[in-house]
Design a protein around this ligand. Structure first.
Ligand code: NAD
Length: 311
């Protein structure tokens, strides 16, 4: 039932997500601190706003897709932030799709509730913030096939489902505030560890005389089969169309994987959990970035950390 959608953060992911909303008939207004990207949208006839506050005033729902926690806090609670909006009817729902730590997602959700209680009592009855990060990367953002993992009130989730399905093909309700962000960092932690495991197996296999092509056939018909072996193989020459086949260009940058592992490691430490693989993966990806591979796809760990040979 939301007609007007504000979109903030028009980078690699957000610009494509906003375009899919427009294609699906939503009235979209946008904001980004990057003037070039704002000009690109205004040239397409999309209304642009100078501040998050102005986006909030003009929209039934606002979606943010920002680099990290500090940007999200700034856009929500800053002096020209979303929560400064005084229009009693707008926005009715705030959705953050950035990958950030669950603690910050909960903090922002509480700030939203407090703002509602103070400023808008009588109009908004429930906290209406959803944390809804995505899996799928730039290609899925373009194709509208993202997976959304969503935390917050279930009613708000149900109201937002048509929006999610305009930008993605799956939306999964995960529970209360912060659980969408929690699901996202757990997914990426498991992905990082599986990529490291597969890369290590290929390095060992090749040194023991098995070709990467043969080992791929074995893994993919055996118990070690996983996305990193059958859909995103890290060894150049084994699969077409994956970053490994184009010198690890494009895809999911190592610096983003390092960021997500930092979020997982911080949460694990705060919870007093033993997560040795998380810390090890965090170290490996931090080192890869320091060595200058931060913009290469995260599967470059096969070559640039393990020194793996091409097929
Ligand atoms: P990006 O750096 O390409 O885009 C971020 C955009 O936010 C930029 O256009 C920037 O100018 C804008 N921005 C920064 N601070 C702002 C502010 N205060 N106000 C308004 N705009 C601001 O990043 P991205 O690749 O689009 O990723 C966005 C989020 O999605 C990140 O949290 C990332 O971890 C997550 N994510 C990325 C991918 C991927 O493959 N790129 C996949 C899944 C999730």
């Amino acid at each position: 039932q939301f007609e007007s959608v504000g979109f903030i953060g028009l980078g690699n992911m957000g610009s494509r997500m906003a375009n899919n909303l427009i294609k699906n008939g939503y009235k979209v207004a946008v904001h980004d601190i990057n003037c070039n990207v704002m000009r690109m949208f205004s040239d397409m006839g999309v209304p642009t706003k100078e501040t998050p506050f102005e986006v909030a005033e003009a929209s039934d729902v606002v979606i943010t897709m920002l680099p990290s926690s500090s940007h999200v806090l700034d856009v929500y609670t800053g002096p020209k932030g979303l929560l400064r909006c005084t229009n009693p009817m707008r926005p009715q729902l705030l959705i953050d799709s950035s990958t950030i730590d669950p603690q910050t997602s909960r903090k922002v959700s509480v700030a939203v509730s407090n703002c509602i209680l103070k400023e808008k009592k009588g109009y908004w009855e429930k906290p209406v913030m959803l944390d809804a990060p995505v899996s799928g990367g730039v290609l899925a953002a373009e194709a509208g096939t993202l997976t959304f993992m969503v935390g917050g009130s279930e009613d708000a989730y149900l109201a937002a489902e048509p929006l999610f399905l305009s930008m993605g093909k799956n939306a999964i309700y995960c529970g209360g505030g912060g659980t969408g962000s929690a699901a996202k960092i757990c997914n990426n932690l498991a992905l990082a560890v599986s990529m490291l495991g597969v890369s290590e197996a290929f390095v060992l296999g090749q040194s023991l005389g098995i070709s990467a092509g043969t080992l791929t056939k074995v893994l993919n018909t055996s118990s070690a089969r996983c996305w990193s072996s059958d859909s995103y193989n890290p060894v150049p020459g084994v699969m077409e169309g994956v970053p490994a086949s184009r010198n690890y260009a494009g895809g999911f940058a190592s610096k983003l994987m390092a960021k997500d592992l930092n979020l997982a490691a911080t949460s694990a430490k705060e919870g007093g959990l033993q997560c040795p693989l998380t810390y090890q993966a965090q170290e490996i990806y931090t080192e890869l970035c320091k060595d200058g591979h931060e913009s290469k796809d995260f599967s470059c760990v096969f070559r640039h950390y393990y020194g793996g040979q091409d097929e």
